[in-house]
Design a protein around this ligand. Structure first.
Ligand code: AHR
Length: 307
């Protein structure tokens, strides 16, 4: 009708303020910090009351935090899951309480997809695909297999699983990249350093490293330099995220490629929250843009990088 704006009948506006309960994975590194800042800034800009909780990487605490949002009767619940499993019970409780749930960044392993109204984040498998494609292209004109080691993120998280699957699927296509070993770096710089140290001990010839995030890749650089290697060249290093620190590492020649995963989920999340609050329809899936950087493009991108 004539009184409708954007499909919403404003004759009966819902009573504000809008409140959002947001449960974050933790503070494991640069990407996460930028993601938290994006969410806090966007909540403030959109006048949304943010109830922010940090799970500190603990899946049990995270579920307890989401229960507390239901108890507090927030308008909308959103969370970036530490792990994919264990969500059924608390999300059924949110549904019974008629509180819409939005997944951000990562996904959960639940058959009943009606437990969340929307998910916002990156396509992790294609990040793995891209990492392998760029690495492989760097060997065009040479012969022989390329020995690759992989530094994995924390076990049970969507990007850990899907980046590995994407990388392996692309590597398998030409058979040029040979994934010889993997170690867990838990997403952190220190974890990446320790994982690289282990991989160096276990493997004679490492031509390339695929680190599933920037922090672990930058940790690997430290371990490789300590072992007298020339990271970025021998071995080559590909990471995922695109933080300022990694772009700087690329520009300095210590990393080879960085596949971007945008942490800037705040604004798209708040627009979904506002739409839900007003009873509007929201897309089931919202995907982030990405790019791939090399030393040249990293130098250009560094100027405008805020995280
Ligand atoms: O889920 C996204 C991943 O989580 C980022 O790539 C990583 O840096 C963070 O820990």
């Amino acid at each position: 009708g004539e009184d409708e704006a954007g499909g919403i009948d404003l004759k009966n506006p819902p009573k504000g303020p809008i409140s959002l309960g947001f449960s974050q994975v933790g503070a494991e590194g640069g990407w996460r910090q930028a993601n938290t800042e994006s969410i806090k800034k966007a909540a403030e800009r959109n006048r949304i009351n943010l109830n922010f909780k940090d799970a500190g990487g603990d899946p049990k605490k995270q579920i307890a935090d989401v229960h507390s949002f239901i108890d507090a009767r927030v308008s909308v619940i959103a969370f970036a899951p530490v792990v994919e499993t264990g969500w059924g019970e608390v999300l059924r409780r949110a549904r019974d309480a008629a509180i819409p749930v939005v997944l951000t960044d990562r996904l959960i392993d639940e058959k009943d997809t009606s437990l969340w109204v929307s998910s916002i984040g990156a396509e992790f498998a294609s990040e793995g695909n891209l990492a392998a494609i760029y690495l492989e292209n760097d060997y065009v004109g040479t012969t022989g297999t390329v020995n690759v080691v992989e530094i994995l993120g924390a076990t049970g998280a969507t990007p850990t699983k899907l980046r590995a699957e994407g990388f392996a699927a692309t590597a398998a296509k030409t058979g040029r990249l040979n994934i010889i070993d993997k170690a867990t770096g838990d997403w952190t710089k220190d974890g990446g350093r320790a994982a690289m140290r282990k991989l160096l001990d276990r493997n004679k010839r490492i031509d390339a490293v695929f680190a599933q995030n920037d922090d672990m890749g930058l940790g690997a650089v430290i371990a490789l330099e300590a072992a007298g290697k020339k990271p970025g060249t021998a071995p080559k290093i590909v990471t995922v995220d695109g933080t300022k620190a990694a772009l700087q590492g690329l520009a300095d020649g210590k990393l080879t490629f960085v596949v971007e995963c945008s942490p800037e989920i705040g604004e798209p999340l708040m627009s979904v929250v506002v739409d839900l609050f007003h009873g509007g329809r929201v897309p089931k899936r919202i995907e982030s843009e990405k790019a791939v950087f090399d030393s040249q493009t990293a130098a250009d991108a560094l100027t405008g990088r805020t995280y």
